[in-house]
Design a protein around this ligand. Structure first.
Ligand code: C2O
Ligand code: CU
Length: 565
């Protein structure tokens, strides 16, 4: 009989986070969910039980290409039927030999992944190209004092009911919310425990909901970036890190020696985190906590409180750095980026918000959400696109030629089809808002854009309207890195007040047959439609990859169990 390698239980329950009692969706009862550690070359089966009594769920393996199991990508109504209450789905993860690094998993339904996420580390079986003594995972999430249901209902209401900004960044599940201490047992700073005089690899996971994070460690100088979204980079030193939802990095941190600690007179140091790109700045902390292996007399003045914030901010973090790391990250190993000559076509996604009582995000006039927004027609198909491809239901297959004639999007299915072997450039243009009602025209927001189904080569970003000349000039002598999530910046936040647009460009080889989402990773924006669906290859290609290996996948419907056959 079949035994899954891992089991995840998704529940909705009351849980204390950051001093607040909240009803929220969690994985295996904790925030964050358990860290999964797999190794390159491994195939594992993960059974996901939906133990939420009244909500669907799915789990997505963020950053993994799922090239040979596109049916296990975890996107509701795209790669699978959502898992109904009291059912489970068996996901197959085949980790290629050349895949390792820092990933995460999260629910892909509604607002659930605000708390229903956990780190997914793929260990490199070889000797890593950078030497370090030990590693720590830092999961960044956010605390919102609303249930998923409240958020989903309000954000799609006509008129919109905005519920405000985050109540704080969580580091490994800990924070002190800006409500002040309500529940002493859970209002605490996370402690990142280290030994003196060592090199640590910090794996940073941007599992945040809505806020771009800026952070640094008090008294520790810079950090050295060595990995971005699962690829090693040449080392890049930064004084301040910025991290968007869906982005992951590894950074090296050299801890202080005993002499340096003696000089500083303490064993605890603040990590200061601040939100950027939102309407106001939220500040939170964690602690870098040294074991006293230097034989200092134990003395309270060496230690900082884990249950309160400093009276004054220890660090003065700069305003948002737009185009953070632009053209600075380079691959450590050759990564086979296609040349400009190889590009077959460009697709422009105009990311734009309209407001007509309810708010909706459009990408070149397409919006996609499993939650109907305002009076907008329900945009999801009646059968998940990939299920339709396996079943060869013509009605759901995109028309490639019609799409080419309409800027890349098939008017019938609202999907973006591409042929296997094509090399695409995707230009994401940040257009800002259009006021139909009372919104400020031209207001920009920042968006972390994420692609499923593989990695793209990040060609960079810039302010203003995109132009091929400007983009190409910036690329001279540069080797783009492979990423799966990069930022579309806001520009006019503080430093470029007059900017009304901005852009980011990705180049990618269309290799993996399947149906893949490309979307902004802020959950509020996803719910408001800032998502697109891409169909790589046709039914024949999909069938060549192999049949889904879970029973009932094709005829599945909402009440059949997705058990491995
Ligand atoms: Cu991390 Cu489509 O998501
Ligand atoms: Cu967004």
């Amino acid at each position: 009989s079949f035994t899954p390698d891992y089991i995840l239980h998704i529940t909705a329950q009351n849980i204390g986070i950051g001093g607040i009692q909240r009803y929220t969706t969690v994985v295996n009862g904790t925030v964050p969910g358990p860290e999964l550690r797999l190794t390159s070359g491994e195939t594992v089966w993960i059974r996901v039980y939906n133990d939420i009594p009244d909500r669907n769920t799915t789990i997505h393996w963020h950053g993994l290409a799922q090239a040979v199991s596109p049916w296990a990508d975890g996107t509701p109504m795209v790669s699978q039927w959502p898992i109904p209450p009291h059912h489970f789905f068996d996901y197959r993860l085949v980790i290629p030999n050349d895949t390792f690094g820092t990933y995460f998993y999260h629910s892909h339904v509604g607002f659930q992944s605000s708390t229903a996420s956990g780190a997914l580390i793929i260990e490199d079986p070889g000797i890593p190209p950078y030497a370090y003594n030990d590693e720590r995972t830092l999961m960044f999430q956010e605390l919102f004092n609303y249930t998923d249901d409240q958020v989903e209902t309000r954000i799609t209401a006509d008129p919109l009911v905005w519920f405000g900004e985050t109540n704080g960044f969580l580091v490994n599940g800990d924070t002190i919310s800006d409500y002040g201490v309500v529940d002493n047992a859970t209002a605490r700073l996370n402690t990142i425990e280290v030994e003196p005089g060592k090199m640590y690899r910090l794996r940073l996971v941007g599992a945040t909901t809505l806020s771009y994070a800026s952070f640094a460690f008090e008294g520790h100088g810079g950090l050295e970036i060595i990995e971005a979204d699962g690829s090693y980079t040449t080392p890049v030193s930064v004084d301040v890190m910025q991290l968007g939802g869906g982005e992951r990095y590894s950074v090296l941190l050299h801890t202080k020696t005993c002499d340096e600690l003696r000089e500083s007179g303490k064993l605890d140091f603040y990590m200061q985190l601040e939100s950027r790109t939102r309407t106001y700045v939220v500040t939170n902390y964690a602690l870098l906590r040294y074991h006293n292996s230097c034989g200092f007399p134990e003395n309270a003045t060496h230690r900082l409180s884990t249950t309160s914030y400093p009276a004054e901010k220890p660090l003065d973090l700069p305003p948002v750095i737009n185009d953070f790391l632009n053209h600075k990250l380079e691959p450590l190993f050759p990564n086979d980026c296609p040349t400009a000559d190889e590009v077959n076509r460009r697709v422009i996604l105009n990311a734009q918000q309209t407001e007509n009582g309810y708010y909706i995000w459009h990408d070149s006039n397409v919006s996609w959400s499993e939650t109907p927004v305002g009076s907008q027609p329900y945009t999801t198909p009646t059968t998940p696109y990939l299920v339709a491809l396996y079943n060869d239901q013509e009605a759901y297959l995109p028309d490639y030629d019609a799409a080419i004639a309409s800027g890349g999007v098939d008017p019938k299915t609202k999907t973006f089809p591409a042929k296997i072997g094509e090399v695409l450039e995707i230009v994401i243009q940040n257009i800002g808002s259009i006021s139909v009602h009372n919104q400020t025209p031209g207001a920009l927001e920042a968006h972390p854009w994420h692609a499923h189904g593989g990695h793209f080569y990040d060609l960079g970003s810039g302010a203003g309207a995109w132009s091929a000349d400007v983009m190409e000039a910036g690329l001279i002598g540069k080797n783009p890195v492979r990423r799966d999530t990069t930022m579309l910046f806001r520009y006019n936040e503080t430093t470029q007040p007059n900017e009304k647009s901005g852009w980011r460009v990705w180049r990618l080889r269309v290799e993996n047959a399947g149906v893949w989402m490309v979307h902004c990773h802020w959950l509020q924006h996803m719910i408001q439609g800032m998502q697109t669906v891409w169909v790589f290859g046709d039914a024949e290609h999909v069938l060549r990859v192999g049949r889904p290996e879970v029973e009932g996948y094709l005829a599945y419907g909402r009440d059949v169990v997705g058990r491995r056959s």
